[in-house]
Structures are given as C-alpha cells and as structure tokens.
Design a protein around this ligand. Structure first.
Ligand SMILES: [Cu+2]
Length: 67
C-alpha cells in the first residue's frame, strides 16, 4: 500500500507523517511545497494511528484499513 502524503501547502513549516508504534515514517520532513509517498504493508485490517512527529498532539489521526 502506498500512502500519498498530500502536498504540504503551508508556506512556513515542515511536517512529516509517522504511523505510531510501527517505526514507519517519512524519511525526512516534508518541506513547504513538497509531497511524499510512504509505503506501508498492513499486517491486519483496522485502525492505525498516525501523527506528525514535529507537531505531536496537533496533527494526529487514524488510518483505516478495511478487510
Ligand atoms: Cu506537522
């Protein structure tokens, strides 16, 4: 599975994308105007938490993998 990370449209600050507890994240911060893709092979269906490690608690969510 490839997770296309949307283009960072914010003009001033970088972000990244990490799947919590899986040691899987974009290799470097995504600078303003850049895009990234993360490869992920889910071991199960269900929910996987993600975050921006540069802004934890502010940019979090859940990736849902359906069976
Ligand atoms: Cu961020």
């Amino acid at each position: 599975m490839e997770i296309p990370i949307s283009k960072n449209e914010l003009r001033a600050i970088p972000h990244d994308f990490a799947l919590v507890g899986l040691d899987l994240k974009t290799p470097k911060p995504i600078q303003p105007g850049e895009s990234a893709t993360l490869r992920f092979t889910p071991s199960r269906s269900g929910e996987f938490a993600y975050t921006c490690t540069l802004h934890p608690g502010l940019m979090d969510g859940r990736l849902i993998v359906r069976p």
